[in-house]
Ligand binder design. Sequence first.
Ligand code: NAD
Length: 482
Amino acid sequence: MEPIKNYVHGQWVDSKSTEILDVVNPATTEVIGRVPLSTPDEVRTAIQAAKDAFPEWRETPPVNRARYMFALKDLMEDQFEELSSIIVEEEGKCIDEARGEVRRGIEQVEVAAGIPSLMMGYNLEDIAVGIDEDCVRQPLGVFCAIPPFNFPLMVSLWFWPYALACGNTYIVKPSEQAPLSQEKLFELIDEVDLPESVINLVNGAKGVVDTLLESPDVQGVSFVGSTPVGKYIYQKAAEHGKRAQCQTGAKNFLVVMPDADLDRTVPALITSFYGCAGERCLSGAVLLAVGDVYEPLRDKFVDAASRLKVGYGLDETVQMGPVVSKRHMERVLGYIEKGVGEGAKLLLDGRGIKVEEYPKGYFIGPTVFDEVTPEMTIANEEIFGPVVSIVQAEDLDEAIDIIHANPYGNASSIFTSSGKWAREFKYRVRCGNIGINIGIVAPMAFFPFSGSKDSFFGDLHGQGRDAIDFFTEKKVVISRWF
Ligand code: NAD
C-alpha cells in the first residue's frame, strides 16, 4: 500500500521519509492506509511555497476568494457520504456521527464564504476637524493547523477556510492516526483550482509540528488536541513569536437537578456520554446527580446505557463504535481498573465486550461507575472513552464547587425545569461552553468554539468572529488632506 502523498505547490508529492505508520480501522483492525512522517526539509518546502503564494493571494479580492469556498462547499456536498464513510473507517465513530461531522465541516466553509462582510473594518470621520480615522483588517501570511484524531475532517475546517478567506496561506498537518479524510478533502480542494500553494498538506507528527513552530515564516498556529501537547505548542509558539490558539482536553460535568424531566434528560445524557465512544472534547464524563434525583436517574441511565448497540459504525443500526486504537483502548481499560482500585462501584462493566463479526476490534462497552467521589482519578482526569462516573451533590452550590475544583473548563450542562437554576448555572460556572437541557454543547460555525482553564490556551477561539480576529491584523490609518 502506497503511503499518502503530501500536497504542496498544488501537486501531490511523495514524501521521502522512511518513517511510515499504518492507519488502522479500529473496528476491523485492518490496515487501511500508510502515513509518512514527513522530513523537516519537506515541511520547509511547504512553508516556502505558502510564503511565496501569499502576496498574490492577499491581493485577490475577498469576493473572489469567497467563490472558492462556494465551489468547495458544492464538492463536499457531492462527496458527503464518501467523506462520512472514510471518517468511520479511520476513526471508528458511527456513520450518523460522521455525517454530523461532515455537516459541521461544510458549515465552516459556508460561513467563511461571507468574508467580504466579515472582514470589514470600521471608520470615523472627523476624529478632529478635517481628519478621518480608518481601521482595516489585513492578512498576515502563513498559518498552520495541528488537529486531533477525533474529528479528523472537521477540526482543520474550524480554521483554514477563515484563514484563506482573509487572504492568508496555509499548511494542514493532519492527525497521523486518522489522516485519510484530510487526503480526500484535499482531492476536493485540488478540484477547486485555488492558486498554487495557497493551501498545502504535510503529513506527519511531532517532527513536522516542531519544524512549523520553529520557522520564522509561519505567523500562527491553531492546535486542537490534548492539554499537555497544547501547553507545549502554546509555549513554543510564543517563544518563536507566533500567534497561537490551542483548544485542549476536557472533563465535562453534566448536572441533573431534582426537577429535571428525566424522560427527556436521559436520552440526551446517553448521547453525550457515549456518542463517538466518549471520544469528544464535548462528551459528558461525570454525571452529577443533585439531591433526590440520584436514585431514579441512576436506574434509568444504567438501563438505557446497557441497551446501546456496540459495533462497526458503518452498520446504520449500531449506536456506539470502537475507540480509535489498541493503545487508546488499553489506556481507557487502565482507567476502569483504577476506578475499581479506588473503590468506585462498577454498575456497568464494558470490559470484555464481544462484537461477533469483529472480534479483534478496539471495542469497550458502555461503562458506569457509581459512588464516585470528586477526589478519585476517574472523576478528575480525561479518560476519553465510554466511561461514566456518577457523583452525588447535595445542592447546586456543591455541584458548582465540584465542577470548579476540576482543572478543565471545556463544557458543562445543567438539566432542570427551573429558570432560576439554569440562570445561576450559566452565570457562575467557569466553562467555555454551557448547555441548558443540552448534552453536547457544540457551538455553530458563526460562534466561537470556546473553552477555558486547562481546556484552552490563547484568547481568540476557533470559528466565528474570533477566527477573523485571529487571522487578521488590525491596521489604523489616520488621514488629513491639505
Ligand atoms: P494529541 O494531543 O495526542 O494530538 C493532537 C495533534 O498534536 C496531532 O496532530 C498530533 O500529531 C500532534 N502531536 C501529538 N504529540 C505532539 C507533540 N509532542 N508535539 C507536537 N505535536 C504533537 O491529541 P489526540 O489524542 O489526537 O486528540 C484527543 C485530544 O484532543 C483530547 O484531549 C480531546 O479533549 C482534545 N480535543 C479538544 C477539542 C477542543 O476543542 N477543546 C476538540 C477535539 C479534541
